[in-house]
Design a protein around this ligand. Sequence first.
Ligand code: BG6
Length: 436
Amino acid sequence: MTLTIFGSTGDLSLRKLFPALYNLYSLKKDADFKIIAIGRRNLSHHQFIDMIRPKICEYARLSFDEDIFNEFSEHIVYYQMNLTEADDYVKLNGFYHENQIEAQTFYLALSPRFFHSVIEGFKRLDQIERNNVVIEKPFGINTADMIDINHKLMQLFPKDHVYYIDHYLGKEMIQNIKTIRFKNALFKNSWNHEMIDSIQISALEADGILNRGAYYDASGALKDMVQNHLLQILTILTMEESENQHEAQMQILKKLRINQILLGQYSGYRNEKDVDEHSNTETYAELQCFIDNERWKDVPIYIRTGKKLKKREIVVIVKFKALEGSPSNLLEIKIQPTEGVYLQFNIKKPGAKDQIETVQMDFCQSCVEINRINTPEAYERLFEEVFHHQREYFSSFEQILFSSSLIESIQKPKPFIYDHSIPYSLTEWVEIPHNY
Ligand code: BG6
């Protein structure tokens, strides 16, 4: 199995892809791979390995083992080329021949401004249609560009060889949403506007934009997180049960109405490297949405995401309608960093006659060591899926296009400035304290 990574010295490769491949290698899962790491810089094999070592130490979920890392690094070849130079693809083709590399997976961990050159370059490789291609967001510089890129890919590769990544689909607890919803009579039968008062989806980050100023300033939180990851969570939470998940998610997107929006920018953002000093790009976004169908009539769904907040956390909170005289039941699905499920319900206060007490069932899945060991990182799961030609954990182009047009159609208000906490909100945040 061969994987060629275009953009192997970029942030995505260093923070997510190589650590995930190292984990797979350590677990001896799909360990029989060769990685052709393509970059523009003139680096020796050793220089490249020295570049990825500290990142694997920092970001791989499995602890770093020098012997395993040395073995792993023998599976990597650093290959220098200029992505916009047509002749370099002819040389790459020669390299594949010399090394008897035939069918393989290309991973485009690149800024979309390189996509056209790389796709053009693919035409210089033999039997390109036998390969797979994995592509990362943003899938184009705008919606029109996405359509163009998708069209060009479809001319070169069979449709089912093109994998559109949304790494949130590889997260354990996002996959678990379907089981929680559809395999519990308790929730399955009450998952509608008659029983549910509101839903909150929060994806908060403590980090700023790190070294990604140029990319981020052109995207903002709406395109970086809402358009893809958060709309994936929202649609999985609200779709009908179906064999065809992409279609079920599309049905929700088509009925989604964004009713209110609030944008923020963290203080100091404009001084970040490669950010315009007058930038109005949002680093925080909060949306109130409705789904105009029978199941979700008048149920507000809040999405919020932002950088440089007090903590890193992704959670979904489903607030059920309160019955007269008693507090709402709450279901929390904890996605990250802790994985788990929390349920708040009412009982009679022990010893009292009519008083109600609110109690909790709190299941911390990731507090159990064996669960942590058995839970792959999103990118590990996604690599495994591609290597085995499974498509379930990937997005569909139709979904991407629809979400992108939806986000592009938003009239953006001017962002307010915040410092770690958000001064305004479209609704009261439900925050559940835990003891872990
Ligand atoms: C990426 C965004 O898609 O997801 C980043 O571009 C964001 O800005 C990241 O930080 C969050 O991913 P995770 O897996 O750390 O929640």
